[in-house]
Write a protein that binds this ligand. Structure first.
Ligand code: AMP
Ligand code: MG
Length: 597
């Protein structure tokens, strides 16, 4: 058995970067640029306006304000796409639209909102004059010629992967086609006497061929062109016939027929028709894999095509595709980054490693605050393809380990980003707001006691306007901070504290990125500007009005009924407030038992 890395190295050593082709820019998404792109033009080609407004001389607006506007004579108008015919002289302006070239004499544009145009229009006053309500600096709302790209600039370098923005830049340069490394053609053959196609009806003993579809979709996803060969039967003749149809491709992928069974003859065909390189890799699932070079027999040219014989089990074939075929396709496309992104996550289940292979466990990774968590997607049988549909990552259990325990940190190869799943469980944060002295602190204190009683881990968040004094002058931690350390951690047998110097007052979202994800609830006092759910403490003695607007609040805690349709909870009834928070903001955590042990 060889390691995953050794196997990958062998596969990659057999594939080369393909040749470039010239194509319409819109067909190049995800492909690698095969030429340096220089600009033959300035972008923008002329100085132009960044706003709809009035083009003028900044000097003429000096001293202008809402209370004493500067009045200018309007001598014309210029729209985007036209060329100005008039000049701006002292005391005049030209009405201008976004993107229109600046008329001669102009050095600033004042947007409509900073003029009296709207008032003039509504009171049907003369528009041959305009009042400017603010003082403009030279260059205001002016986009300079060549500001984005200057003629002769190297705009995009060879090797760049084309994303929508690069395709847009190519269009802005007037390019309709571009040279890119061509996409590899990957021939796909499913093998097995038990397989039937999706258009046939299911008969006893048969199953639908799903691998063809998974693998073809994978090939497309990573930028290759799938060439579907269909289903090969478990006989040398059938396989050879089908394989021959695929030998004009850049790579051949077969699934099935590589284990030790009697009918597993893919490797025999490979041995006979080509050169077999390896066929067992130290991984689970996916131990039996064949790799080699298939030789064409028919044509005079005798092409040699790299052949990956993936295992038949649907999960195994997909995971081995991800480990070996995907990097090979990316290499052929000229890409430099071949690895999938890896995150470190807390695994939420035990995984036992019985036979010293590298386990790729199907997991769903979610993000709690700044910490990733990975939980197994159910039964891990290599035939259970739905375990992949529920997964967004593969947790890697090293071959050297006996397994991992829930709570351990594992590396997870992300198939998609955790953030893209739309199921990210954030730590619930609830702010208790209210006027000064209204009793916010008392309520937070009582809620902490109540949530602790209910078995939750609670953290409190308090804003201190006057700075903090835990790092007292003379203490070692203070000395470290004085010496310039960006943050100081102080640990003792029963507490951990951390003091970080800031250059601005953090908002709750920023603070949350530093919070330990083990908590079930964060109770904040104050932070009325944050977007987190807010509950306002309202006491009659402090006035009838509320501090926050009604739309901002989730509930109020009050000692007198208020005429409003938002939830009102009685002041003094901490249990009711805790119930409200638990039912409305802690559902995902409590309902799924993910965070609370
Ligand atoms: P094999 O590697 O050919 O022994 O196949 C292993 C298992 O995967 C068997 O249960 C096959 O029925 C199943 N299998 C093989 N090829 C496919 C396929 N194309 N689609 C779905 N299942 C398959
Ligand atoms: Mg088979």
């Amino acid at each position: 058995m060889i390691s995953v890395e050794e196997a990958l190295e062998k596969v990659l050593s057999y594939v080369e970067v393909l040749e470039p082709e010239q194509k319409p820019i819109l067909d190049c998404l995800g492909q690698v640029l095969a030429e340096d792109i220089y600009s033959t033009i300035d972008i923008p080609p002329l100085d132009n306006s960044a706003m709809d407004g009035y083009a003028l001389r900044a000097e003429d607006t000096h001293g202008a304000s809402e209370s004493s506007p500067k009045y200018l004579i309007v001598v014309g108008e210029v729209a985007a796409g036209s060329v100005p015919t008039k000049k701006v002289r002292v005391g005049t302006a030209i009405r201008i639209m976004t993107g229109a070239p600046l008329p001669e004499g102009v050095d600033a544009v004042v947007q409509f909102e900073d003029t009296d145009e709207v008032n003039r229009k509504s009171s049907r006053r003369d528009l041959s004059q305009i009042g400017v309500l603010c003082q403009a600096e030279k260059g205001l709302n002016v986009r300079g010629r060549g500001e984005d790209i200057a003629r002769g600039d190297l705009v995009l370098k060879k090797g760049k992967v084309l994303r929508p923005q690069e395709i847009g830049v190519l269009a802005s340069l007037g390019r309709s086609t571009v040279g890119v490394i061509r996409r590899p053609i990957v021939a796909i053959l499913a093998t097995g006497d038990e397989l039937i196609g999706v258009h046939q009806s299911l008969t006893p003993g048969k199953i639908y061929d799903s691998n063809t579809y998974t693998i073809a979709a994978e090939v497309s996803r990573y930028g290759g062109i799938p060439k579907i060969l269909g289903i090969g039967r478990d006989s040398v003749r059938s396989l050879v016939e089908k394989i021959d149809e695929g030998l004009d491709a850049d790579m051949l992928i077969t699934t099935g027929g590589v284990s030790k069974g009697e009918y597993d003859i893919v490797k025999d065909v490979l041995a006979e028709r080509g050169e077999i390189d390896f066929w067992t890799v130290c991984m689970k699932p996916g131990k039996p894999i064949a790799f080699g070079i298939m030789k064409e027999m028919k044509r005079a040219k005798r092409r040699k095509v790299p052949h990956l014989g993936l295992p038949g089990n649907p999960v195994s074939s997909m995971i081995t595709f991800e480990q070996f075929a995907r990097p090979a396709i990316l290499k052929m496309m000229g890409k430099k980054t071949l690895a999938k992104p890896v995150v470190r996550a807390i695994i939420e289940n035990d995984v036992v490693n019985t036979d010293g292979r590298r386990i790729f466990a199907r997991v769903m990774v979610t993000k709690h605050g700044s910490q990733y968590h990975a939980s197994l997607t159910g039964p891990q049988g290599s035939g259970i393809l739905t375990s992949m549909t529920k997964a967004n990552g593969l947790a890697i259990i090293p071959e050297s380990s006996r397994g991992v325990k829930a709570g351990d940190i594992v590396e997870v190869q992300m198939l998609e980003w955790a953030e893209e799943q739309g199921e990210i469980k954030m730590l619930p944060v609830v702010s208790i707001v209210g006027k000064s002295q209204s009793g916010k602190t008392v309520l937070v204190e009582q809620l902490i006691i109540e949530f602790k009683r209910r078995g939750y881990k609670v953290a409190a968040l308090k804003h201190s306007r006057g700075g903090m004094e835990i790092d007292r002058p003379g203490k070692d931690s203070w000395k470290f901070a004085q010496a310039g350390s960006d943050a100081v951690y102080i640990s003792s047998p029963d507490k951990l504290g951390f003091i970080k110097n800031l250059n601005h007052d953090l908002n709750i979202d920023e603070i949350m990125t530093t919070v330990d994800p083990e908590f079930d609830l964060i109770l904040a006092e104050g932070f009325r500007k944050s977007k987190t759910p807010k509950i306002e403490v309202h006491r009659k003695a402090f006035g009838d009005d509320l501090l926050c607007s009604r739309e901002e609040l989730s509930a109020i805690v009050t000692d007198t009924p208020v005429d409003t349709d938002i939830t009102q909870l009685p002041w003094g009834d901490t249990v009711a407030v805790a119930d409200f928070i638990e039912n409305n903001f802690m559902g995902t955590i409590k309902g799924e038992g993910k965070c609370s042990p």
